[in-house]
Design a binder for this molecule. Sequence first.
Ligand SMILES: Cc1cc2nc3c(=O)[nH]c(=O)nc-3n(C[C@H](O)[C@H](O)[C@H](O)COP(=O)(O)OP(=O)(O)OC[C@H]3O[C@@H](n4cnc5c(N)ncnc54)[C@H](O)[C@@H]3O)c2cc1C
Ligand code: SF4
Length: 346
Amino acid sequence: MKPFRYQAPGSVNAAVEAVEPMGIAGQGGAFLAGGTTLIDLMKLHVLTPPSLTDVKNLGLDTIEESDGEVRIGARVTMAQASEHPIFVERAPALSDALWKAASPQLRNVATLGGNVLQRTRCPYFRDNVSPCNKRDPGSGCAAIGGINRLLAVLGTSENCIATYAGDFANALILFDATVETRTDEGSREIAFEDLHVLPEDHPERETILGDDELITGYRFQLPDWARRSVYVKARDRESYAFALASAAVALDLDGDTIREARLGLGGVATVPWRAREAEEFLQGKTVSEDTALEAGRIAFEGAQGYEHNTFKIPLGRQVVAKAILDAARMDLSGAPNSSGTSEGAN
Ligand SMILES: Cc1cc2nc3c(=O)[nH]c(=O)nc-3n(C[C@H](O)[C@H](O)[C@H](O)COP(=O)(O)OP(=O)(O)OC[C@H]3O[C@@H](n4cnc5c(N)ncnc54)[C@H](O)[C@@H]3O)c2cc1C
Ligand code: SF4
């Protein structure tokens, strides 16, 4: 690992003044949270920031609710959030997405700021040798003609097909969250759905964040029907594995009729993916296996498979259908997480 300077300022103001950007806009500044992505990539020499600005003393580690609005600090850990009653009882898709991510050890240190901004697991990005437009703009994309089993089928471009690897963002996107950020020039608010950007011609740019911009937290309303939400994750093994395909679903039901549906996809797209056409299709429909499968088909309209990952399209459709049916079957009078989707050690 290349030598770097470490600093741990005691306030948000001091942090945004002190941070030295990594040099590529859209990757965030070199803020250090749990370090479970950043330090890995520094050891591999994929990222070589001159300094790291630790966010541990900035007071960004609370979960609060007031006037029906939930606010989560960016340094809340995945473990804290996954166990918090607000999520477990009132938005199980959020707690489930976290609980099914990584491992207990990682969740104890990894934060929600870092989780949302985690980098792709594309092997060519991480090997620091192969052509990779994301790591080395203009060098090409080794994955398109290479081993691409884990890569994306939605939102790809001829320059990059890297999958957005996180789980939490695919559930947070259901709730129209706002991202709160700070730089030394002031604060701003970003619609969560606008935070990540498609690779198009500039895969090196992953978000609309400036290269010295700190995420301070996320804010969102939790409607009562968020209690009817699930996160279904298909992966190579039932624990400690990234998603091959995942779906977050929240349903507002009137008996068996869907008043409103929210659907987020993971493991299949280059960014956290809101499947709005499938949501529109579900509105006003009666819950049934056929309806759920049709929503899955619509969610993957326009998907493009590559040599090794076309299986993700039929798999993703089935995952969407299962998530819709699991959410519809939830018994909201019973146990906090009664979706039946959380079996298996993690
Ligand atoms: C073996 C393994 C398995 C994993 N499996 C999964 C999985 O199944 N699902 C899943 O979702 N994740 C998984 N992960 C990824 C893991 O969840 C992330 O590494 C972690 O959430 C990142 O959080 P962190 O706090 O450690 O971030 P860091 O590594 O500290 O930071 C990550 C990035 O975010 C930036 N950053 C951090 N905080 C802020 C902030 N507040 N403002 C601006 N920029 C910021 C950093 O500068 C850096 O660029 C896995 C990781 C490993 C190593
Ligand atoms: S898919 Fe993206 S991250 Fe992977 S090699 Fe191609 S350009 Fe790089």
